[in-house]
Structures are given as C-alpha cells and as structure tokens.
Design a protein. Structure first.
Length: 440
C-alpha cells in the first residue's frame, strides 16, 4: 500500500475468506486503507500487505448481540481523524445482520449494501420464490413445505423428479434432486434435520450452471458480468473452482425484472440454469444478496465490483463500468486439481479401486498424514484397470486449466498466499472446504 495519505478507510468483514482479500486488493490499489475483521485471529487478510489492521469480534451467528457491540466498538476506535470517507463492507453472510441494524451504524460509518427490507424480498429462498412469482420472472415452480407431510403434498403436485432444498442452506447442503419415491424416502431418512426450518420443493430444470454478477443503484443496473463454472468442488454440488466469462446478455432482463422493482442497492450474484440454446430462456434459481466466491474472476474479467460499490457508497454514483472480457478463465489455487481427481474417482464404475484409494487417502489426510495419503492415492491409481483412460482424463483437466489465471497468488501481495493454509487446514481437519468456498 502507498505511504501517501489514504483516500479513504474501509472495514471489511469475514477476513478469513478469499472474497475479503480480493475486496482489500481492489481498494488498496486505489489508496484506500483497509481494516479486516473476523471471529478468528489467523485469517487470509492478516497475511496481506494490503490490510493495515485486523481485529477480532464475537461470532455473528452464535453471539449476534456481542458481534454488534464489538463491531461498533472497533468502528468507533478506527474512525478517521480527518474527513476521508469511512465505509463498512460486509463480505459474507453477516450482511443480513448488519443490514438489520443499519441504523446503529449509519451515523458512524457508511454501510455499503442493501437494506434489510430489500434483502427480505429475495432471501431466504422461499422469499425469492414468492417475489419471482409475483413479478413474473422466469424461474422454476416452487412449493414450500415445513414437514414431511408438506413435502409429500409438494411431491404429488410437482411430480417426480424434483429438487429439494432447505430455506437457508450452505454449500449445497440439503440440495438434492429426487428422481424416485425411493430416493425421497432415503434422503428424508438421512437428512430430515436439515429441513427443520422448512424447505422448497422445486421443479427440476435441466441445463448447466451460470452465474450473473451485478451492481444496482436504487434499482438501476450499473455493472454486470456472467461466468460459467467449468469445474466445481465437490464435483456434484459445490462451488465453482475454475470459471470462464461468457456473454451475459441472456440473463440481464431477468435480473432487471426482479432487482429493479425492489430498488436493489448494492452487489448481488444470481444463479441460473440454462441449456445454452438461443430459443430458450435461462431459469433463475437463486439470488445471493452479497459478494460471491468468484469475485476474483469478475475483477480479472474487467469489472471491479468492490471498487464500484465503494465509489457508489462514497459518492452516490457509479463510475462507468467496462464490459467484461468474454472467454477469460481463472481457477482457485490447487483445489481445481482435487476436483479433477475427484471426477476420475467417481465417474466410472471401473474405477472402484481409485474410489477406495481416494477415501483411504482422505481418511489419512484427516489424521494429518499427508505424505501417506498421497502415497495411498498414487498406489490406487496404479491399480486401475483402465489407467490410460484415467491418464487422459487428468491430462485434459490440466490442459483446460493451464491458461487459467490462478487466484490468490500475487507478486504484489506474496504473503497472502499463506492464507491458503486456512483452506488446507479445513480439508485436513474436517475433510471439507470452509463455507466461503462452498456457499453458493
């Protein structure tokens, strides 16, 4: 960061995430002083040269009142002594709690993002379904349920197959395509607790996943770009870990039709399903009222959403945003290769030995026996009957990723690379990625 007087100061929440790190990079490049925060002290942002200070607060989910008290305390502590702009950017799920308490913070700092009333129109999932139906947006038919009886009624009305999802799920948790009555019975037996707060039974839409990132000002679309996930982790239902920018024209009218009438003010990410055919309309699946895991990709494609949001918050207007570079590819560090290997381990019935090797390796990894885990998986690959097919699959995955820019590793912020330890630690200790990598 420049040693010159900062042009502004910004507090960015959820400092453990790559989302927050990218926001910090974007603002610091323009001379904004960035302060990070989280409920843990070792975060990605704590390693970054672009982050001036970090502080720890109570967890927003389990201790919301203490979180709000802590946040207010540090907002007051770091209030600039001069008249430079002072902004709070919620980077993840805490945006809802902050929005609900906006009046508490507005006199102290400018909060970048939508109001609680705006968020309530599209989140949780059942609210979006109601809003989409009211506004006539192109979205799958959805039926709410609160218990097993309600689910059975929805299944009867929709007919199989259909998609089931909890009202407020994380990382695809509880999202399942149910194709038979037997599948419904088995899923409910295993996962009923996921739907304790209710869920949606939703018409199953065929097609690929597409993501539209947007910035609205008082209901007017100001910046936009779209991308598709080439790879996901987990492969079946996880977040994208290699992405490619596409033409966003097919998705813009739906975004305007939904976010325009509610006066949306801030960033959002909209998920679509679409078969890619010009004579069909993409179907809106979900809207996330916050920044998205693919923010690095959006910025690298030419649309710097964090900076545009900051400028809108400070100046009341959005600088003219460039069009995204179609065809741009990026990938998350290292995780894309895990996804490719996982695809091999699960895509062919002849690869049962690879599946066993993968499970055994992950078991060893959970016990922190990393070298042993890699040896076990390597040995299992050697036992595969169709090893040539496996080799070709991996080679194709690596060729696809070869020209994609790697997220996180930056020559101007080298120590932030240590933040990937958080990702690896989560894999080793819990056998799964942290929520900011898997939350859709």
């Amino acid at each position: 960061m420049s040693k010159e007087k900062p042009t502004g100061r910004c507090i960015v929440t959820y400092g453990r995430s790559l989302i927050a790190l990218e926001i910090a990079h974007s603002l610091a490049e323009r001379g904004v002083e960035v302060i990070g925060c989280d409920d843990v002290d070792l975060t990605v942002m704590s390693f970054s040269r672009d982050v001036k200070k970090n502080f720890v607060h109570a967890p927003s989910d389990s201790k919301p009142e203490k979180f709000l008290d802590d946040l207010e305390k540090y907002i007051r502590k770091y209030t600039p002594e001069d008249d430079i702009p002072y902004v709070l950017i919620p980077a993840f799920r805490d945006i809802q709690l902050i929005a609900e308490n906006r009046d508490r913070f507005d006199p102290l700092i400018k909060v970048a993002g939508p109001t609680a009333e705006m968020i309530s129109r599209i989140h949780p999932k059942q609210n979006l379904a109601r809003t989409a139906e009211k506004l006539g947006a192109h979205a799958p038919r959805s039926i709410e349920f609160n218990d097993r009886e309600g689910l059975d009624k929805a299944a009867e009305e929709l007919g199989l197959p259909f998609l089931i999802k909890p009202f407020d799920g994380v990382g695809g948790r509880g999202v399942k395509a149910l194709k038979t009555q037997a599948a419904l019975e088995e899923h409910w037996k295993k996962s009923a607790r996921v739907y304790e707060k209710g869920g949606l039974a939703q018409e199953l839409v065929e097609g690929d996943d597409y993501c539209l990132a947007v910035l609205f000002q008082d209901g007017e679309l100001k910046a936009h770009m779209a991308y598709r996930n080439i790879m996901k982790m987990p492969a079946e239902s996880g977040a994208g870990i290699m992405r490619e920018t596409i033409d966003d024209e097919p998705f813009l009218e739906t975004a305007k039709a939904v976010l325009g009438p509610i006066g949306w003010h801030g960033v959002a990410e909209i998920d679509f399903k679409w078969n890619g055919q010009a004579d069909t309309e993409p179907s809106m699946i979900e809207i996330n009222p916050r920044f998205w895991m693919g923010i690095f990709h959006s910025i690298e494609s030419g649309v710097d959403f964090p900076w545009l949001l900051y400028e809108m918050t400070v100046k009341g207007e959005v600088p003219e945003a460039p069009l995204a570079t179609v065809g741009k590819r990026t990938k998350a560090p290292g995780v894309w290769l895990l996804s490719a290997i996982q695809d091999i381990a699960s895509s062919d019935v002849h690869f049962s030995q690879v599946k066993d090797g993968w499970k055994e390796a992950m078991s060893s990894a959970k016990d922190r026996k990393i070298v042993e885990a890699l040896k076990k998986f390597g040995a299992s690959l050697g036992k595969v009957t169709d090893i040539e097919s496996a080799r070709k699959h991996l080679k194709k995955a690596m060729e696809d990723a070869d020209e994609a820019q790697v997220e996180l590793f930056s020559s101007r912020d080298p120590f932030a690379s240590l933040g990937v330890l958080f990702v690896l630690a989560s894999l080793v200790r819990h056998g799964k990625l942290p929520p900011e990598l898997t939350y859709k």
